[in-house]
Design a protein around this ligand. Sequence first.
Ligand code: R2B
Ligand code: URA
Length: 309
Amino acid sequence: SKLLSFGYVEDDAIGLSIQVKNPYLDAMEEDILYHFSLGTKTHNLPEMFGDLKFVCVGGSANRMKAFAQFIHQELELPGNPEEVSDICEATDRYCMYKVGPVLSMSHGMGVPSISIMLHELIKLLHHAQCRDVVLLRLGTSGGVGLAPGTVVVTDKAVDYSFLPQFEQVVLGKVVTRSTELDEGVANELLQCSAELQQFPTVIGNTLCTHDFYEGQGRLDGALCSFSHEDKLEYLRKAHAAGVRNIEMESSVFAAMCRVCGLKGAVVCVALLDRFEGDQITSSHDVLVEYQQRPQVLVSHFIKKRLGRA
Ligand code: R2B
Ligand code: URA
């Protein structure tokens, strides 16, 4: 096998494998994936998950169930799409559906929630000996200078100072990891959007924050310690640094994908333009249709890769 770039190890015969970066893991007699209610002794993970090629994650449990049903229809798989069952039903932390080579899973809101989920998900893919897996986050976001409904495919996830890095505190020290995503997959997704011609899609940087209100420069939280002009100035700086949307999970998602040799992509619809306001005022039906856009795009991507579109 050869080292391609940091974290990516390719074995010519068998493709990209998942690189857990923990020397203790393989010495463990049993690994309990506590938040999934799965384990290496209680479940045959290679049999359950070994054929996975696309892992799609998103914040909301209902939306990821809907995506599982949608991709079931799109791939024309046998059986009733309505009857997909939650593999993690023994826990209410996350939901998980498997539809052929596609896993659809929820991660909750914010970096700590998705970070826990990604540790267990990446170990699951490792224990199941999955290869050539693409990990996609399908989400919502606030647009920065974009029409509502525009889909943003993330180039780099950036932090509050617009740097492509994620800081994690480990044993009281800050560990900094790169948040660059896979360029090839991002371009493929952009191409898919051009083929679909159903909604505008752009590639841009995504600002990842630890809060929805003050942390995203909103004037409508329970606290607000800055002026309207301060907010606009920060958004203008963000835009000048290539930021096109703001959400709450992309940085740790990008960092963990990169370190573990997983090709990752972040596809989020912008629900509003943050230069225009802070409150999400669109009707329920409009918001539902916006949230289907990343699903339609990723479904086209999956079907193309499987030679079905
Ligand atoms: C986007 O939407 C959620 C906040 O409303 C959060 O999970 C995110 O990243
Ligand atoms: N999700 C976010 O994190 N921010 C928004 O403005 C909208 C959705």
